[in-house]
Structures are given as structure tokens and as C-alpha cells.
Design a protein around this ligand. Structure first.
Ligand code: SF4
Ligand code: SF4
Length: 407
């Protein structure tokens, strides 16, 4: 070959190698965007985050039941179970791009509620649970952590405390937390699953709630036994009805006492809740006429496409349809009243989050772990809220929050 031919062959090889590297890199990036290697430590997996600017914001990864194993490192590989169907979906329909379309920079206003999740231990293991709570969970807030959370509360003007779990009453220091918060003059709400009233040593809870003037938000996803037992476990409906009667007997749900008892409805199937007022009227009629039960308000809450409910949808092949329903039902009128705009959430270890859902996805406040005792209360207002595709669950239709429909 002459010099000209040599040069041509050389340039051809260089171009070929360059093209190969580019294509291979693209493939690797795509692959990595869908999988994350998580090192398993004991019974707990470490959760990792991808935070690709502007795209897959705040994606988190949950452990799968049957993990694959990385051939090179031996670590288990868990597929992303964040509410993102694919990189393309996320880029074209991401919640953050939807906010941009609306011209909304989602930030917290003044903090009105400190939501404290005292652990994931629960006497039930409901199929729709966004906490993945159950009787075998070991995450329980200690008295030491509780004291630090209470110190934060004392130093803040936050007027309301919302205690959740798991079943918060199972935490051995639950009553201590309630009493201390009440001594500080804060309004206290407890999210009660009703059946916990039948756990050993918890039978006197109705009187305790009454004495502490706790506001109760109790789960009862339907007034039909079949639906409640199907979602929450066999026998739960009968126990829930009896628990409500006991609460009514100490004065809860009666207008004249001021002791507030709200019920929570969430759909059994993968659909949005119906109109809150109409459902409330149905509940009032059926529970009143058939069981003699009184309550104050019914709160409708959409099922969040994360954790156990996301698994449930995937098993039934309904995940994509449910996400499509949530996106198609996006309602900008809900944005002003999203609970993350007036609430901060703290987990059993004292870490702060924008809400309980972000907590369950491991999406730390502001993108890095921040303990409640490291955060000056005044620094929480004005912070940008971390969002993900699950946020469509809060903005669909009439909206959804810990306090029910938003509009
Ligand atoms: S939904 Fe509530 S009662 Fe059911 S497992 Fe989860 S925390 Fe427990
Ligand atoms: S899940 Fe709901 S409350 Fe939480 S950050 Fe998203 S929109 Fe806000």
C-alpha cells in the first residue's frame, strides 16, 4: 500500500474505534440508569439515589424480593422500583417538568406540622401500605432520639405534631411522646389503625387519647367487611368496628365533646378516590345505621405508587396504567395546598424529609441527610421540595394528603 492508502486505513480504524466507544458508553449509561447495585448488610439494604439533574429527580431504589447478583462484585442488584417507568417516560412526563410547565417552584412555606414517624413496626401488614410496615420490622424510634426531636419541637413555633408509623402506639415510648408534646401546648394528631387497641397493654388507649385530647385519624378503607379484610387482613373489619365503638364510648366522634375522630378511605383497587363529600355521606349512613358509629370527617387518600402498593400493582400488571391515570388527572389547583408545603417529616432515626412518602423512598430533605437536631427550625421554611413521579399521587383529581382531598 502506498502512503495515501495507509492513511485511509488508519483513519478508518480510528473512526471505527471512536464509534464503538461512543455506542458502548451510551449503552452502559442507559443500563446504569435502570439498575443500581446495592450492598446488602444483614437484613437491611442500603438505599442509593440517582440524582440526574433535571431528569430523574430524587429517584430512589427499593430492594426486590428476588434480587439478581452482580457477576463481578457478588453484590445483589436491585431493579429501580421508584415510580419511574423508564428514563424516556421520566424525561417526557416528569413531575418536575410538569411543575416547570405550571411555572411553579415548589417550596415550603412556614412549617405548621411536624410529622413524626416513630417506626415501621405494625401489628398489621396491609397490601397497600406505603411504609412496608409489619410485625417483623425492627425500626423503632428510641427514647433518646425522641428527646432530641422534642428539643427541636420546643425550640420551634410549630403548632402541631402528627404521629405516625407503623402502628405508632406499639412504640414503647409512644405515650411519653404524646404527653411531652401536649405539655408544650402543641396540638397532637395520631394515625391509628384501630386494631392496635386490641394489642396487649393497649386496651386503655381510648381513655389515654381522651385525657390528652388527641385528634385521631383512623384507617377504615371501606364500610364493607370484604374490602377491608381483603386489603388489611382477615378479621380487621370486625376489630375496627369494635374499636370505633370503644372510641365513641369515651366521647370521640361526638360533636358535643370536641374529641375529633376522622376516618380514612383509600381505594381498594388501582383507581382514584371518589368525591370526598359523597363518600363521607355513604360512610355516615352505613356505619351509623348498621353499627351505630359516629365520626367527624372522612378523609379520602389516593394510594401512593411506592413500596408495597407498587409491588401489588406490578404483580397485577397495573402499574403503568395507574401511573398514566395519575398523570392524566394532574390538577394544578392542588399545588398550593400540598402537605409538603406546610409539613416536615422526621423518621425513626431523626432524619428529616419533605413528607412521609419521600421518607419511605429515602429522599432526604434537600438531597443530603439532615438530622432534626442539626436543623434550625427557621431554616426549614423556604426550602425547595424534592419531587419524584410519586408526587403525581398527591396532585391527581381532587388531590391527596394526610388531611384528605386538597380541593
Ligand atoms: S397501612 Fe397502616 S396499619 Fe397497615 S401495615 Fe401500614 S402502617 Fe400498618
Ligand atoms: S409526595 Fe406529595 S407531599 Fe411528598 S413531596 Fe411529593 S407532592 Fe409533596
Amino acid at each position: 500500500m502506498n502512503e495515501r492508502q495507509n492513511r485511509f486505513v488508519f483513519l478508518f480504524i480510528v473512526r471505527f474505534v471512536f464509534l464503538f466507544i461512543v455506542l458502548h458508553s451510551s449503552f452502559c449509561v442507559s443500563f446504569l440508569s435502570l439498575q443500581v447495585v446495592v450492598t446488602r448488610t444483614g437484613d437491611q439494604s442500603r438505599q442509593a439515589h440517582l440524582d440526574l439533574s433535571g431528569g430523574l429527580e430524587g429517584v430512589s431504589h427499593q430492594r426486590k424480593h428476588s434480587p439478581m447478583r452482580n457477576l463481578f462484585s457478588g453484590n445483589e442488584i436491585y431493579s429501580i422500583q421508584a415510580p419511574v417507568e423508564s428514563g424516556l417516560e421520566a424525561l417526557t412526563h416528569s413531575f418536575s417538568s410538569r411543575l416547570r410547565q405550571e411555572g411553579i417552584d415548589l417550596r415550603r412555606k412556614a412549617v405548621e406540622t411536624l410529622q413524626i414517624n416513630v417506626g415501621r413496626l405494625c401489628n398489621q401488614a396491609c397490601s397497600h401500605c406505603h411504609v412496608d410496615a409489619g410485625p417483623r420490622r425492627t425500626e423503632v424510634m428510641t427514647r433518646q432520639t425522641m428527646d432530641k426531636v422534642l428539643s427541636f419541637l420546643a425550640a420551634s413555633p410549630i403548632p402541631a405534631v402528627d404521629i405516625t408509623g407503623g402502628a405508632p402506639e406499639i412504640n414503647p415510648d409512644f405515650r411519653y411522646l404524646v404527653r411531652r408534646a401536649r405539655e408544650m401546648g402543641r396540638q397532637v394528631t395520631v394515625r391509628c389503625n384501630l386494631t392496635v387497641l386490641f394489642e396487649p397493654g393497649r386496651e386503655d388507649l381510648p381513655a389515654f387519647y381522651r385525657d390528652q385530647e388527641v385528634e385521631l385519624i383512623c384507617s377504615l378503607p371501606c364500610y364493607l367487611q370484604e374490602n377491608v379484610d381483603g386489603q388489611r387482613g382477615k378479621g380487621v373489619f370486625v376489630k375496627s368496628i369494635e374499636a370505633l365503638r370503644r372510641l365513641n364510648r369515651v366521647g370521640y366522634g361526638r360533636a358535643e365533646t370536641g374529641l375529633l375522630l376522622h376516618l380514612v378511605y383509600n381505594p381498594v383497587e388501582a383507581v382514584l378516590p371518589g368525591p370526598q363529600d359523597e363518600l363521607e355521606a355513604d360512610y355516615r349512613q352505613v356505619l351509623g345505621e348498621q353499627y351505630g358509629i359516629a365520626f367527624n370527617r372522612l378523609l379520602t387518600i389516593a394510594n401512593m405508587p411506592i413500596n408495597r402498593f407498587a409491588d401489588y400493582l406490578r404483580r397485577r400488571g397495573e402499574y403503568a396504567d395507574y401511573m398514566a391515570t395519575l398523570r392524566a388527572s394532574f390538577n394544578p389547583d392542588t399545588l398550593e395546598r400540598l402537605m409538603c408545603r406546610s409539613l416536615v417529616s422526621v423518621d425513626w432515626e431523626g432524619n428529616l424529609y419533605d413528607c412521609d412518602f419521600n421518607q419511605m423512598l429515602g429522599m432526604d430533605l434537600g438531597g443530603s441527610p439532615l438530622k432534626v437536631w442539626e436543623a434550625p427550625p427557621e431554616a426549614l421554611a423556604g426550602r425547595r421540595i424534592r419531587v419524584g413521579e410519586h408526587c403525581y399521587g398527591c396532585t391527581a383529581g381532587a388531590g391527596s394528603s394526610c388531611g384528605g382531598a386538597l380541593v
